[in-house]
Design a protein around this ligand. Structure first.
Ligand SMILES: Cc1cc2nc3c(=O)[nH]c(=O)nc-3n(C[C@H](O)[C@H](O)[C@H](O)COP(=O)(O)OP(=O)(O)OC[C@H]3O[C@@H](n4cnc5c(N)ncnc54)[C@H](O)[C@@H]3O)c2cc1C
Length: 444
């Protein structure tokens, strides 16, 4: 079957350890049950039980540690991470979010140049740590050029960090928070790590009202040494952008998971509901709505799977991922909204009931097109890379799915590929408006 059915999927295409992770995760959510999932969702309960489960089973350690830093079975493998993404979306976006922002937090670390932090991170993952990505600031949103987090040199490799970050998931509990700022002396960008439990880390508040903790935090005279610095200058900038390139792909899978669960609920309800002595699923327009929803969902999944190939093959020479990732982010997630719209027309009032997964899906599906770059920002990226994709064809080797097992992390090779191209300064979500405007004008 093309779409995920947690009762039937056996993940036979995965190795034993990976298969066990998927099945145990499904088991975790199935034993928790829909009633508890919904009650925690409505009561905005921090998912400590899920984080304990991840720790017990060493799931983030296995899935998110490149093999050269982790134990046997650890590797960063986009194929199996897709499956995990889908399962988390299927059971609830909050659970997916803590995984997603851990991925973002790890991006600048694994792409960075600080070997000691990498070794420490591998240990913290083994101990069940979650991570956070401190990029956004309250006043600047997508405009990273204006970042104000300040790292001031004090001499003898000592620094002090001051400034605020806003919308930072997991920052309440993260073992390490990758934080983006500027060196006040050289004005160059810098990525460094801080600990959320440090006395100079001020957790100001949760800016959302949900199961997630999406923090405003401020560093107040937070002491930093060279040991905490991941990257500087162009490398810091590139790792910020490429972390988003890698991370935003997952949003498509969250949409796929959400739509799949909503489709099951909708078809179960409609097929059991009898109106005028007829099953609702026998009405022709309902059939059409289901066919439309199912077709869109399978297309979303097929497209995201193809994108996985391009992420795994990415290199300075093979940059197809730069086109496909914004497409997954933009098109798959907006199609996800469309699928939920179609299904809601089928189940109508039932979609409002608090005990249904659907009510949660209808709200959460809308987040995915907006975060990590809006639809328009990603359309701009697509316009930028489309011409090269269509009009400069080249030969590329076959992408072998099994080879992922021998690689430490399938995106490591392109960690700094952005800096290798003079044209790619504009590949980010912080495109200067004037450039964007001129491109839109030329393209439409
Ligand atoms: C629930 C949640 C969780 C989040 N988690 C994290 C996290 O863990 N870490 C983190 O660093 N951030 C996080 N964010 C921040 C998120 O990525 C922001 O949405 C992002 O920083 C952009 O800021 P903004 O949404 O305020 O939009 P703004 O920057 O205010 O953008 C406003 C408008 O300008 C447009 N725009 C922006 N840039 C361009 C451009 N270059 N060209 C043309 N138009 C443009 C956009 O399309 C948008 O419509 C989170 C946000 C939320 C709501």
């Amino acid at each position: 079957m093309m779409i995920l059915n947690p009762r039937k999927n056996r993940y036979e295409y995965l190795d034993e350890k990976s298969r066990a992770i998927m099945l145990k995760t499904i088991e975790f959510f199935e034993s928790k049950g829909k009633t508890q999932l919904k009650s925690d969702y409505h009561d905005r309960v921090w998912y400590a039980d899920f984080i304990d489960f991840l720790k017990r089973e060493k799931i983030f350690a296995t899935l998110l540690t490149p093999s050269n830093y982790g134990e046997v079975g650890c590797r960063w493998d986009t194929y199996r991470n897709c499956a995990f993404n889908e399962i988390l979306g299927f059971y609830g976006l909050p659970y997916w979010y803590t995984w997603q922002v851990t991925i973002l937090g790890l991006g600048p670390i694994w792409m960075g140049r600080n070997e000691d932090v990498k070794t420490k991170t591998a240990r913290l993952l083994q101990e069940g740590g979650i991570f956070a990505f401190g990029l956004s600031e309250k006043a600047h949103g997508a405009d990273l050029y204006s970042s104000e987090m300040a790292l001031t040199p004090l001499g003898e490799d000592r620094y002090v960090a001051d400034g605020g970050k806003y919308y930072i998931g997991n920052a309440n509990e993260a073992a390490l928070v990758s934080t983006f700022g500027k060196d006040t002396e050289t004005d160059e960008y810098v990525f460094f790590v801080v600990e959320s439990k440090h006395k100079n880390f001020d957790l100001v508040k949760n800016v959302v009202s949900s199961q997630n903790y999406v923090a405003e935090y401020s560093l107040q005279g937070y002491p930093i040494t060279e040991a905490e610095i991941l990257t500087r200058g162009q490398d810091a900038w590139d790792s910020a952008l490429n972390t988003i390139n890698v991370g935003k792909y997952n949003l498509g899978w969250a949409s796929i998971g959400i739509c799949t669960h909503a489709l099951f609920e909708a078809i179960t309800h409609a097929s059991n509901r009898v109106l005028y002595n007829k099953h609702v699923t026998d009405f022709p327009h309902i059939r059409q709505l289901f066919v439309d929803a199912y077709t869109r969902l399978t297309a979303m999944k097929l497209f995201a799977l193809r994108n996985a190939d391009y992420i795994r093959a990415a290199s300075a020479q093979d940059r197809r991922y730069l086109l496909y990732t914004p497409m997954t982010k933009m098109k798959v997630t907006t199609q996800g909204e469309e699928v939920i719209n179609l299904l809601w027309d089928v189940i109508a009032a039932k979609g409002f009931e608090k005990d249904m997964y659907f009510e949660m899906a209808a709200q959460d599906i809308r987040a995915l097109p907006k975060l990590e770059g809006t639809v328009h920002v990603n359309m701009a990226l697509i316009i930028k890379f489309m011409a090269n994709y269509f009009f400069n064809p080249d030969e590329f080797p076959e992408i072998d799915q099994s080879s992922s097992r021998d690689r430490p992390a399938d995106w490591v090779r392109f960690a700094f590929t952005i800096s290798t191209s003079p044209t790619t300064a504009s590949t980010c979500l912080t495109w200067r408006y004037s450039r964007l405007k001129s491109r839109f004008c030329r393209s439409f």
